[in-house]
Design a protein around this ligand. Structure first.
Ligand SMILES: [Zn+2]
Length: 92
């Protein structure tokens, strides 16, 4: 998963972190966030820069984040075997 922190890009003390599968996705999220949450600051940052330049700058701030919950989720389901129940029933 990719993450992009508003603080890394804007330098503001903002807790917003965009999360997505691709760089494009998180960049788009952060741009939308910046326009709504910090319209003045984002206007200043964009001043004299093209949208492409902004995207290149943000790209360098995108981080790769490992999601621990994604791994081993399928294995746990298989471990629950119903085969042993039959033996217990015959003993009673
Ligand atoms: Zn922000």
């Amino acid at each position: 998963m990719k993450t992009l922190s508003c603080q890394d890009v804007s330098g503001l003390a903002c807790p917003f972190v965009a999360k997505g599968e691709t760089e494009e996705e998180v960049i788009q999220q952060l741009m939308d966030h910046a326009k709504t949450a910090h319209p003045e600051e984002s206007a200043k940052m964009m001043e004299g820069k093209s949208e492409e330049e902004m995207k290149e700058m943000m790209k360098s701030k995108v981080k790769e984040e490992e999601v621990a919950g994604d791994m081993g989720g399928g294995d746990t389901g298989e471990a629950a075997g119903g085969d042993m129940g039959g033996d217990t029933g015959a003993a009673v």
